[in-house]
Every structure is written in C-alpha cells, then in structure tokens.
Design a protein around this ligand. Structure first.
Ligand SMILES: Nc1ncnc2c1ncn2[C@@H]1O[C@H](COP(=O)(O)OP(=O)(O)O)[C@@H](O)[C@H]1O
Ligand SMILES: [Mg+2]
Length: 257
C-alpha cells in the first residue's frame, strides 16, 4: 500500500475537485476518475446511448462493486474506464493520465504493468500453457522477461493454487482453473488497479468461491484497487462501495440502491 501511494504516477492522479470522493477515501490518491461519461455506440440497428453521464472515483486500494441488470452498461463502463473503448464525451483519468485523444500505443503504455483486466470468459491464449499465459503477460508488462518472467509467473500460479497445473493448456483445465489462471495473469503484474467483469459468473459455486477469495486476498496483499462487476449481491457486499447502474445511469446516488 505504501509503495503504491509513493508511486509518482499514482500521486499525480490526486483528485482535482471535480467530484467529491467518499469521506472514507478522501485521504487516498485517486487511481480512476470518471466524470460525466457518455458512450454512444452505433450499430446497424441504430445508435444506442449505452452510458449517460456516469461519474465515479476510485481511490488507491479501494474495492468498488459495479452492479446492475444485464444490458445496463457495466461491461461498457469497464471498457471505457480501462481505455479499451473511447468515450463519446466526458472525462476518464486512469492512473493520472487523461485517456481522451491518446493513441493506441499511449493507451497501451498507460495500462502496461499497472492495469489488470479479468474477463468473464477468461481470454486465455489457447496455444500457451497456463505458465505461458502468465509469463507472457509479465513479459509484456515490461517488468521482467525470460527466466525472471517465468519465475514471477510460477509464483503467481502457485499463489492461486495451480502449482501442479502450470504446463496444462487452457483446454486441459476446468472453468474454475482457467479463471484462476486469468487471476494469476492479472495479479502477476501487480497492477495498481484491477478490473474484473463478472469473474465468477461462469463458475460453479465452489470454484467461484475460490476465485472470489483470491481476488479479495490479492487486492488486500498488493494494495490494488479493485473494480468488480458482479451480479452477486453477496460478492458486492464484500466491497467497500457499490455502484449501481440502470440503463447507463448511476442510480445508487439517488438512494435507489
Ligand atoms: N457494439 C455495440 N453496438 C450497439 N450497442 C451495444 C454494443 N455493445 C453493447 N451495446 C449495448 O449496450 C448496452 C450495455 O451493454 P453492456 O455494457 O454489455 O451491459 P452489461 O455488461 O451491463 O450487461 C446493451 O443495451 C447493449 O445491447
Ligand atoms: Mg457485461
């Protein structure tokens, strides 16, 4: 935690007063600041206002759940917040960097080694083993390469209980094991912020519980901020704060939660 706060890039993300953070987190640097975010997507069927004026701040080390019915814009919010999708209007500041107008390479540089993303459907590379998937991510993060990356990846896989599955390919793993590889891959780079989109949504309850505990333990150990999209009210309650979306609008602030 201290190491995280000492990082100049995170300190540079201190709130500029645009949105008042929760009192409990007011003394911590802000790792994600979203203000009046709009996202309009156009398909053959016409254009859809997916996000309509969302504002949100996440402090270093804070765990925020994002809940809401299917189609309410949760995954879209994650995509824009993580710089995977450009906003139509509004502001997104991730780890001190305004995302608007950044090139793909500048976005990748902003994310590299500092932003972890866990998708519901794992997104593992099928031609790499569990170890290969995690080591490639560590390598890409630019912190370590070759042997050092493998070593870090092995540690991460052992941490998620997959020490005996390192050389298995994704097709040789169960859903719960694959998701644990995805958790190891995201956590191995020790990001300042971790986004997870319904990480237990495709898992049976036993596997889901393991992945869930891992995420919270890792967030605590590493001082990561966690933005957790979930349908699970119990999981949401384990977070410091709950953001609720409906039809692309935040409704928790209006006391509807
Ligand atoms: N590429 C797209 N073009 C048009 N509409 C889209 C596109 N992607 C998602 N949407 C719409 O945006 C809304 C929010 O989707 P999503 O963010 O995936 O919701 P959630 O994750 O909460 O289920 C849905 O109504 C969905 O149909
Ligand atoms: Mg979704």
């Amino acid at each position: 935690m201290d190491a995280l706060i000492d990082r100049a890039d995170v300190v540079a993300a201190a709130p500029n007063g645009a949105i008042a953070p929760d009192a409990a987190i007011a003394d911590r640097p802000v790792v994600l600041a979203i203000a009046d975010l709009h996202l309009t997507l156009t398909s053959a069927a016409g254009s859809v206002q997916v996000l309509r004026g969302i504002s949100l701040e996440v402090a270093a080390g804070e765990k925020v759940a994002v809940i809401g019915p299917s189609g309410s814009g949760k995954s879209s919010l994650l995509a824009v917040a993580a710089g995977l999708e450009p906003a139509s209007s509004g502001r997104v500041r991730l780890l001190g960097r305004e995302l608007a107008g950044l090139s793909e390479s500048a976005l990748a540089q902003t994310r590299r080694g500092r932003v972890g993303i866990i998708f519901q459907d794992f997104h593992l590379l099928p031609n790499l083993t569990a170890l290969g998937n995690v080591a490639a991510a560590v390598d890409l993060a630019g912190e370590k390469s070759g042997k050092a990356a493998r070593h870090r990846a092995e540690e991460a896989l052992r941490r998620v209980g997959l020490g005996a599955r390192m050389d298995h390919y994704p097709t040789q793993l169960s859903g719960g094991e694959r998701q644990r590889v995805a958790v190891a891959r995201a956590a191995a780079i020790q990001p300042a912020i971790l986004f997870a989109d319904e990480p237990t949504g495709n898992l049976d309850s036993a596997s889901g519980a393991i992945v869930e505990d891992l995420l919270f333990d890792l967030a605590d150990e590493q001082g990561m901020a966690l933005v957790l999209i979930t349908h699970d009210a119990r999981l949401a309650k384990r977070c410091d704060r709950v953001i609720r979306l409906r039809d692309g609008v935040r409704v928790d602030e209006a006391g509807e939660y």
